[in-house]
Design a protein around this ligand. Structure first.
Ligand SMILES: Cc1ncc(COP(=O)(O)O)c(C=O)c1O
Length: 462
């Protein structure tokens, strides 16, 4: 029998940033001061930071070098044209509307396409995406497959759109009330779960025959491409670059937060096929983001982004190593008996807080409480993805009650080592072991929108 052969990341480390372990007393004080919300912690008080994979990647030496050739001309910078070329080559969209980050692109797209009273079907909500759809007067309707709401379903494409649900929405509201269908790749709130190419093609065929646009949230399309290569028959021998092109082919445009797949710390874009839609987007862009040749980015940001876009597809090993590290953490947690969303997704491991803290009602915010406890245990920072993130229904004012009540441990790209992942798994397992000692929380401050970012809590008296 051939011995198992390990594989490793296709890079080595050239520069390091020291991190500091705190004492339990320091962490108790820090989390209380942060109102039991890990978004309100100071980064200096965090040992291993898995709050988000957004804007937290390590850039390569090539990207740092690219910063130096950033063209800071107000209009028509050469860096912008290099970015246009990179997006055309890698994503296949001709029209580029640069923005400061993903939500800037979501804002512009929602404003140009949504009229008050419109309905936007999508494969599970994302916080900022739905906010901008509602802000423009629209209403989001979830059309993801049922398996996405089941943390233990092993469906290989839990991000897929359920075409029957989509057809029912079109029947109920009429195609004229649906400006576009919003399809997210590697669905964040479902645990980083992919959409299949067959499903993307079916959705596009369904929509285009009814005059409905398909807009991707292609923020994590690269990671989605990896899962297609691994799981969808017929694509095993395709390169990641080829699969990415095939993903975007079945769409009319995309919003992208470049802080994820694209390996930069800030940036984003709206990409479109229709020049007339792009013209309308640029009209708004100059008011909200910046001139149409920089959006919200500096020349050096655009230069590093263009380099990052090309780098992410230069070798298939990059995304394989990235997702391999996420799978490593997921496997470690499973071996330690911690319930997590399966299959493990692309950008992080999602702990089933409802199962770990099954003695707590959803009204006392189990995922928020577990997130705070994981920080207290080992200085590991994750994020709540449950009832707090879901917010309130704008009409009834009641909490939305998502079926998934999760703690997300999102892994920055090219930042932490396998030993860091071991420490994370051990910390989480230690918390899970003493789960019956963990109580719920009460919300003491609730922002009106996107409350999870700044809400404050206190422990309920036990
Ligand atoms: C799927 C998805 N869409 C949009 C966004 C928003 O992007 P940004 O944070 O760059 O505004 C995010 C960020 O986390 C995301 O995960």
């Amino acid at each position: 029998m051939r011995a198992h052969r390990s594989w490793a990341e296709p890079w080595k480390i050239k520069m390091v940033e020291p991190i500091r372990m705190t004492t339990p007393e320091e962490r108790n004080a820090a989390i209380a001061e942060a109102g039991y919300n890990t978004f309100l912690l100071r980064a200096d008080d965090v040992y291993i930071d898995l709050l988000t994979d957004s804007g937290t990647s390590a850039m390569s030496d090539r990207q740092w070098a690219a910063l130096m050739i950033g063209d800071e001309a107000y209009a028509g910078a050469s860096s912008f044209y290099r970015l246009v070329d990179a997006v055309r080559d890698v994503y296949g969209y001709q029209e580029l509307v640069p923005t400061h980050q993903g939500r800037g692109a979501e804002h512009i797209l929602s404003q140009i396409l949504i009229e008050p009273g419109d309905v936007v079907p999508g494969n599970m909500y994302f916080t900022t995406t739905r906010f901008h759809q509602e802000h423009a007067g629209g209403r989001f309707v979830d059309v993801i497959v049922d398996e996405a709401h089941d943390p233990y379903s092993l469906h290989p494409f839990k991000g897929n759109v359920d075409l029957d649900k989509l057809a029912a929405v079109v029947d109920t509201y009429g195609a004229e009330r649906i400006p576009y269908v919003s399809v997210e790749t590697n669905v964040n709130m479902a645990g980083g779960q992919p959409v299949s190419l067959a499903n993307l093609r079916d959705v596009y065929d369904f929509c285009s025959s009814r005059g409905i646009l398909v807009m991707l949230d292609a923020t994590r399309a690269l990671e989605n491409a990896h899962f297609i290569k691994e799981r969808e028959r017929g694509y095993e021998s395709w390169t990641i670059a080829e699969i990415l092109h095939e993903i975007t082919r079945w769409s009319d445009g995309a919003t992208v937060s470049s802080k994820k797949d694209n390996l930069v710390n800030i940036g984003g874009f709206l990409a479109l096929r229709d020049p007339e839609l792009a013209r309308r987007a640029r009209e708004l862009l100059v008011a909200f983001e910046g001139l149409h040749t920089y959006g919200g980015m500096s020349g050096r940001d655009m230069e590093a982004l263009a380099a990052g876009i090309r780098e992410m597809v230069a070798t298939d090993d990059h995304v394989r190593a990235r997702i391999g590290q996420v799978a490593y953490l997921g496997d470690a947690l499973l071996k330690m008996g911690v319930p997590i969303v399966q299959p493990v997704g692309g950008h992080g491991v999602f702990i089933d807080a409802a199962a770990v803290l099954d003695h707590l009602d959803q009204d006392v915010f189990p995922a928020q409480a577990l997130t705070a406890e994981i920080y207290r245990e080992g200085g590991v920072r994750g994020m709540e993805r449950g009832i707090v993130s879901a917010g309130r229904d704008p009409v009834s004012g009641d909490h939305r009650r998502p079926r998934l009540e999760l703690v997300r441990l999102a892994i920055p790209r090219r930042v932490y080592t396998q030993s860091h992942m071991d420490v994370v798994a051990e910390s989480v397992a230690a918390v899970a072991e003493r789960r019956h000692e963990i109580g719920g929380l009460r919300m003491t401050y609730e922002p009106e929108s996107l409350r999870f970012f700044q809400a404050r809590f206190e422990p309920l008296a036990s």
